[in-house]
Design a protein around this ligand. Structure first.
Ligand SMILES: [Zn+2]
Length: 97
């Protein structure tokens, strides 16, 4: 058997899925194969890392960020051109008198 097949089985075992191989066989290969031992350690570490992260966390932060960037621009001062200012109302009303 190849290492790749053992690693597939190992990752399945980490996920609690059926490996299709007896545990004894997996462990025997692990005992012999340093590369696969390292691989499993890494896989376990990765699993530990992702397990601690809430899957809803990143997307919530992302949307909050998006709202913040949108709100920073949209709200606040009305911008130029809202108040009429001088010059309006002078048109056409002067000459009549
Ligand atoms: Zn191996």
């Amino acid at each position: 058997m190849r290492c790749a097949q053992f690693r597939t089985a190992l990752s399945a075992r980490l996920d609690g899925e059926p490996t299709g191989l007896p545990d004894r066989r997996l462990d025997k290969h692990l005992a012999r194969c340093e590369a696969c031992r390292g691989w499993q350690e890494q896989a376990e570490r990765l699993r530990g890392r992702t397990a601690g992260v809430d899957p809803d966390g990143p997307s919530a932060a992302w949307s909050t960020n998006l709202l913040a960037s949108l709100g920073g621009r949209g709200s606040g001062a009305g911008g130029p051109g809202v108040t009429g200012g001088p010059g309006q109302g002078d048109d056409g009303s002067g000459p009549e008198r």
